[in-house]
Write a protein that binds this ligand. Sequence first.
Ligand code: FAD
Length: 284
Amino acid sequence: MRISELLKQEKATFSMEVFPPKTSEKFTETAENARKIAALRPDFMSVTYGAGGGTGAFTTEIAAGIQREFGVPTLAHLTCVSSGREHVREMLRLYRENGIENILALRGDIPAEGPVSTDYRYAAELIREIRELGDFCVGGACYPEGHIEAPSRKEDLKHLKEKVDAGLDFITTQMFFNNDVFYNFLYRAREAGIAVPVIAGIMPITSPRQLKRSAALSGTDVPQRFRAIVDFFGNSPEAMKQAGIVYAAEQIIDLLANGIRHIHIYTMNKPDVAEGILRICPRG
Ligand code: FAD
């Protein structure tokens, strides 16, 4: 099923995410965690794409497997900055052959050694190409606090509008820990003429290490209140996990209460965290 159709419904949607393993030794474990998350019946599941582009076969296998076994629609990610046009076309063929209708089209992070693709510079180019080549439902990424490389939030929003106009059906946000940041972004996006559905991305933080890494990579602001929680519970893994689940669940409840209908949970291959959130959060 197309995600654009799901997002037209009145009811709230919850989606969850898994990332593929880097090596085949870890594939069975990852696929099992993906199955456990799919068994919770999210409205759809997204499967990320390895930064270097070398694990696309795992993304395909996990995404196709979830659809086949659980009937849960999947959103396969695809990045372009580390790939040539031939590789991208091969991936699109693989997705289509495996019944994957939904793609999250991304540029990807620029590798430390510099971009390897001379074919793509920005996600908008990939989006146009997917639109020209096939009949996919296409989503993209957005950054309520501005993308880390962008000189300003205004500049980033201008490029987001160009990206949406290139052919996006919806956009999913980078994680945020303060809902006011999201509400402000939504207002600015609508004012800039971005009318597609915006899916709010929530990341449950279950360890201080995860927080440090995620915040450093994305530049996401960590509110003082959340820092205090991590300081207090950080040394006890089980307590930190529960505190992280509750913090994320509170964010989701506040979003739902304020009329936001589409929530993406960065479940990071953790079925227990996904289950913990669903236990607290009513779908409305
Ligand atoms: P773009 O939209 O191309 O933007 C990148 C930067 O370029 C921004 O600063 C933007 O303002 C700027 N820009 C855009 N167009 C122009 C222009 N014409 N001129 C000048 N500047 C411009 N990474 C992975 O490797 N695999 C994944 O599966 C993955 N999934 C993700 C899912 C979500 C929901 C999010 C939010 C991120 C994900 N990422 C993933 C990370 C993403 O690849 C990085 O954030 C990457 O640095 C930017 O990708 P993008 O598609 O947003 O890029």
